[in-house]
Design a protein around this ligand. Structure first.
Ligand code: TZD
Ligand code: CA
Length: 526
């Protein structure tokens, strides 16, 4: 007889979901029992961290991540991280253990009451199979649902007595299924787009996270080169989708309506690819588009396409669309935009470093293909001005702005990419929302480097308080934190840097150690 347990592990094995990120409880033990040797279990000490690690891992591999949480409480702890995964189109299969079916009605301890509703609206699909025999089908559907465009998290709650039951007839078909989406542009659309791009006298491209997620950065660069058009990173960027050293690259767009229109003024065609239009943040009322500009967005997400307040949108496969357009447009004889100037090196200050200086040192010392995971909120613009990021998958940031992403995601990304150095640049505020991921890095020897920018305050909120003219706000400072002690407590080597020389020494040590390491850098508020 094939049990539900056997059938489900076979599905996970065949579909390549053999790395679990989890934190177990009694409801999950029957699922985890006799854990197969070809699977690995990455334990996170709190569910926000479990989901954040899986998010980073799934984004970096481009494959669905598998998460196992404990009932309602574990799911609740992971919800903030789920907001980021939802917004970054991360394919995640999130499972949770449910009470035994016989005791769900009386709401015995650890019953996940109304489990299907709990993770909404941050999942594409949510399910608690109505019988044990439906569990393998639900799991199979969850995997294909998570990976189909637009990718995203899904949720399956499984009563723990289901695992030992007999699977239904025909269950063996599920493991080898594939579901594919063919999202290529039609000939008619290609002709229209090519005509619009070639006919524009001053086009500009805005690239977003799904360009990087679909491994299309090279295609974007080719299209920009042929049309000799400037390229901006879409606001609130969760990934880097264009080489920042490329002559066409202009930088990161600000996240206000009026500012974007001001910057894009003069362009008659704005092509947005792989981004919402737009992920605004600070409220700056103004015109959505500069006068005379037409906007065309190509996105993989029908929600993004339909909620944009202006322009035309096309829902398509980003990589195919960019590749085709890059092939089909004629090369324009316009002169290329002038190359971006690298900023002046930052000056020194006694006792602490300017954020500029930290990024200059990182850029100088880190391997060229390093992966940066950023959650130093007040220094994000400085990072984009000073770090050279050129390859696919070089940058990650919380897509919903939910703090607690970077530290766990850095661990998950480093696990996915052992041949590239992952460097988390994390604020002294943000680091506290996912600090337990240090333990996982230590225990599984995942050699990410964590650079903690210690300015003693919620710097971004101080800036925002200025924007909103909110004076005398309490709770904006975070003094008295010792990240070296915290790191050592979780088993990670740590060192403090209060000068450029100390940071250079610390980084040299960290880069050579092949072990996780935390560097606490005393910084000046940006
Ligand atoms: N809680 C969560 C889960 N997400 C958030 N985004 C916030 C609170 C609010 N918040 C921000 O949006 S930025 C920020 C907070 C608290 C300050 C982060 O401080 P930091 O970085 O020390 O990490 P900076 O560079 O000092 O801003
Ligand atoms: Ca700070």
């Amino acid at each position: 007889m094939t049990t539900v347990h056997q059938a489900c592990y076979e599905i996970l094995r065949e579909q390549g979901l053999t790395t679990f990120f989890g934190n177990p409880g009694s409801n999950e033990l029957p699922f985890l029992k006799n854990f197969p040797e070809d699977f690995r279990y990455i334990l996170g000490l709190q569910e926000a961290v479990v989901l954040g690690m899986a998010d980073g891992y799934a984004q970096a591999t481009g494959r669905p991540g598998f998460v196992n949480l404990h009932s309602a409480a574990g799911t609740g702890n992971a919800m903030g991280a789920l907001a980021n995964a939802w917004n970054s189109h991360t394919p995640l299969v999130v499972t949770a253990g449910q009470q035994v079916r016989a005791m769900m009605g009386v709401e015995a301890l650890l019953t996940n009451v109304d489990s299907v509703t709990l993770p909404r609206p941050l999942v594409k699909w949510s399910c608690e199979p109505s019988s044990a025999q439906d569990v393998p089908l639900a799991l199979s559907r969850a995997i294909h649902m998570a990976t189909s465009p637009a990718a995203g998290p899904v949720y399956v709650s499984v009563p723990y007595d289901d695992w030992g039951r007999q699977a239904g007839p025909g269950v063996e078909h599920l493991a080898k299924r594939s579901v594919q989406s063919a999202g290529a542009l039609s000939e008619a659309l290609i002709s229209k787009l090519v005509a619009a791009l070639e006919g524009a006298s001053n086009p500009v491209m805005v690239v977003g996270p799904d360009v990087d997620a679909s491994e299309a950065n090279g295609h974007a660069a080719k299209l920009a080169e042929k049309l000799a058009m400037p390229v901006w990173m879409a606001p609130s960027a969760p990934r880097c989708s264009f080489p920042t050293t490329h002559p066409c690259f202009r930088g990161l767009l600000p996240a206000g309506i009026a500012s974007i229109s001001r910057i894009l003024k003069g362009h008659d065609l704005i092509l947005v690819v792989g981004a919402p239009v737009f992920r605004y943040h600070q409220y700056e009322p103004g015109e959505y588009l500069p006068l005379g500009a037409r906007l065309i967005a190509i996105t993989c997400d029908v929600n993004e396409a339909t909620r944009a307040p202006m322009g035309d949108a096309i829902v398509a496969d980003i990589r195919l669309a960019l590749g085709t357009l890059g092939e089909r447009v004629a090369s324009m004889s316009r002169s290329m935009p002038a190359a971006r100037q690298m900023p002046e090196p930052a000056p020194e200050e006694p006792g602490r470093l300017t954020p500029e200086r930290v990024f200059d040192i990182l850029d100088e010392m880190a391997p060229r293909d390093a992966i940066y995971v950023n959650e130093s909120t007040s220094t994000t613009n400085i990072l984009w001005q000073r770090l050279r990021m050129t390859g696919q998958g070089s940058y990650y940031f919380a897509a919903a702005g939910g703090l607690g992403f970077a530290l766990p995601a850095a661990v998950g990304i480093q696990l996915a990419k052992p041949d590239r150095q992952v460097i988390g640049v994390i604020g002294d505020g943000s680091a506290n929302y996912g600090i337990q991921a240090l333990w996982t890095a230590a225990q599984y020897n995942i050699p990410a480097i964590f650079v903690i920018m210690k300015n003693g305050t919620y710097g971004a909120l101080r800036w925002f308080a200025g924007v909103l003219e909110a004076e005398k706000v309490p709770g904006l400072d975070v003094p008295g934190l010792d990240f070296c002690a915290l790191a050592q407590g979780y088993g990670v080597d740590a060192v403090h840097a209060g000068s450029s020389d100390e940071l250079v020494d610390a980084l040299r040590r960290a880069l050579a150690s092949r072990k996780p390491m935390l560097i606490e850098v005393e910084t000046r508020a940006a």
